[in-house]
Design a protein around this ligand. Sequence first.
Ligand code: ZN
Length: 201
Amino acid sequence: MQLRYATNLAVDQYIDSKAWKDAKLAHCPLHPKGGCKFAKHGTYPRKYPDGVKIARWYCPDGCATFSMLPDCLSSRLPGTLVEVEDVINQMESSPSQEAAAENIRLDIGLPGALRWMRRRLFLIRITLMLLIDLVTSLGDCQPTVSSFRSVLGTEFVLPQLRMFVSPYLDILPPPLGFGPRPEVKKLKKNHFQHQTGTDPP
Ligand SMILES: [Zn+2]
């Protein structure tokens, strides 16, 4: 289970200061009254960025591990929230997704780059749409990074939102939230494809 490690450190500061050592989890999230063998369970490294570690706890009674993800990092995607936001921002401000891909991913071919970008765009759009419904003060936003930037008056909205909407993180999809990934195929089928069968009269 991923939990929020509330810290305003940028990822470089998090690595340099080994801030995972300062992460604290006072009690077992499954057994808040205690009585279980909940204990610190070391750290685990992330492949990217190099040097990042995440503090971890374990409850043997609940057979569950708990990791404290700092506010700068994406959940279930490599890298930081700022990096994800950069991608979405470039997609929003480019004349086409293909044009954005030429600036964002030079290391892979266009189809792979588009898949990589669209996966991020899909997750962030769903997240922003959910937040517009859930949070009254965001009700006038459009589901774009640029709209959220202007309403929140901040340079990078995703790290701000990790703090600002923390009560909803369990139901929001990654990379902002800690909830499940929305199912792309099901959504596409429901919303973008005609149903099979005979035409209606
Ligand atoms: Zn426990």
